[in-house]
Design a protein around this ligand. Structure first.
Ligand code: S3P
Length: 438
């Protein structure tokens, strides 16, 4: 079937209130921990995107009962651990699903085959194979990529110094550590998102922090998880798109409700404030060990910014949309410390630079980032068809750019948007955006 193409064009200011879909990171974790727990976990506002659906199917194959109720609540009856699956576990497009599930599965006596789509098959898995092998798991993985088979069981805890700041690596190791002998500690260069640590606490795991090399790092010791009720806040990585649109489309004012405001996810919003964005946070609350707030965003005159490289993990998924916003700012935006972008769903550095240039924006690749030379509001020509390589965030970023460009922007494949932001098109249309299928 041919991919769906979407076209975005300027149609006046964006206005209104919207609640972004549930956070993807928290949704995967709720399903996985619910499946590892004893008893019932009820999940409200789970992200019903393709990536998370793959994880729901995966944990069913690994022994849990998972059901979506008529009121939209997802109920997981955990078996207190994983058991031998009867077929290959297909993680679809999701690196998070794959790496977290491989980590959790590695600590049980089973052999499980994991696979994914064309994009996921290209992504590095050695980053989880290496620590899990040190803990005692065995892998059949000729290329250190998917498809692979993990032979799990009888793991020993380790202190792992991860070469990358990756919450997926951290989570794989910590989840494996839940069912390993002794303690497992994960040390990373810069702190990555900490949803696994926060949620493990809620599930009653034996988790705390220890000092290693002068800073605190998470440590787990074996112990059972108990089913709980989880509320999934709106995803800041999805909210980033309407927020960006409101900033760059003149006279817009958008209210985003119920967004996760975990500080380790706010690098993009922090950078926008440095660029001069008019964003006000309202009513912070914390019902589930994760802070949540409403945001009011108004169209703003922006200037270029160079976020510090150490901020990269806190905004890793938002660099494509930041690069799009930077085209409408005055002056240079320099993104560094983001080499990880090259091993996401696509090489996001190459695709962003290529797409920006096609839209008449001056941009240049760096080995670990990119430079965008913004020329202010109304400066972007647009008028291009963008190659997305099936990457959801590249597609959404260029559609947002199209809303403020002189000529419409088309993306060649919008199907993958459903992996993280199902309903993106009607969501943006409700705010007044002109985005149509071709
Ligand atoms: C995620 C971690 C990040 C992020 C991804 C979700 C997670 O990946 O890009 O979208 O939920 O743990 P890395 O761990 O590879 O940085």
């Amino acid at each position: 079937m041919a991919a769906m193409r979407l076209k975005a064009r300027f149609a006046g200011p964006l206005q209104g209130t919207a609640r972004p879909p549930g956070d993807k990171s928290i949704s995967h974790r709720a399903l996985i921990m619910g499946a590892l727990a004893e008893g019932r976990t009820r999940i409200e506002s789970l992200l019903e995107g393709d990536d998370v659906h793959h994880t729901a199917k995966a944990v069913r194959l690994l022994g849990a009962k998972v059901e979506r109720m008529d009121d939209g609540i997802w109920v997981v009856d955990g078996a207190g651990g994983f058991s031998q699956p009867t077929e290959t576990i297909d993680c679809g497009n999701s690196g998070t699903g794959a790496r977290l599930l491989i980590g959790a599965a590695a600590s049980y006596k089973l052999s499980a085959r994991f696979d994914g789509d064309q994009s996921l098959r290209k992504r590095p898995m050695n980053r989880v194979i290496a620590p899990l092998s040190q803990m005692g798991a065995r892998f059949d993985s000729p290329q250190n990529k998917l498809p692979l088979i993990v032979h799990g069981g009888a793991l020993k805890g380790i202190t792992y110094r991860s070469p990358v700041s990756s919450a997926q690596v951290k989570s794989a190791v910590l989840l494996a550590g839940l069912h390993a002998e002794g303690e497992t500690v994960l040390v990373e260069p810069e702190r990555s998102r900490d949803h696994t640590e926060r949620m493990l606490k809620v599930f009653g795991a034996n988790i705390d922090q220890v000092e290693v090399d002068g800073s605190l790092h998470p440590r787990v010791r074996p112990g059972a998880l108990k089913g709980v009720d989880i509320y999934v806040p709106g995803d800041p990585s999805s909210a980033a798109f309407p927020v960006a649109a409101a900033l760059i489309v003149g006279k817009s004012e958008v209210r985003v409700e119920d967004m996760l405001v975990n500080p380790l996810r706010l690098g993009f919003f922090e950078t926008l404030l440095e660029m001069g964005a008019n964003i006000v946070y309202e009513e912070t609350r914390d019902p589930i060990g994760e802070p949540i707030a409403n945001l009011v965003v108004k169209a703003s005159k922006l200037r270029g910014a160079s976020p510090p490289a150490k901020r990269a993990p806190a905004m890793i998924d938002e660099f494509p949309i930041l690069a799009a916003v930077a085209a409408f700012a005055d002056g240079e935006t320099r993104i560094t410390g983001a080499a990880e972008l090259r091993v996401k769903e696509s090489d996001r550095i190459t695709l962003m630079v290529e797409g920006l240039r096609a839209c008449g924006v001056e941009a240049e690749e760096l080995p670990d980032g990119l430079v965008v030379n913004g020329r202010g509001p109304k400066s972007v020509r647009g008028g291009a068809e963008i190659r997305t390589h099936g990457d959801h965030r590249i597609a959404m970023s260029f559609l947002i750019l199209g809303l403020a460009s002189k000529e419409p922007v088309t993306v060649d494949d919008a199907d993958m948007i459903a992996t993280s932001f199902p309903g993106f098109e009607p969501f943006m249309q409700n705010l007044g955006a002109d985005i149509v299928a071709l």
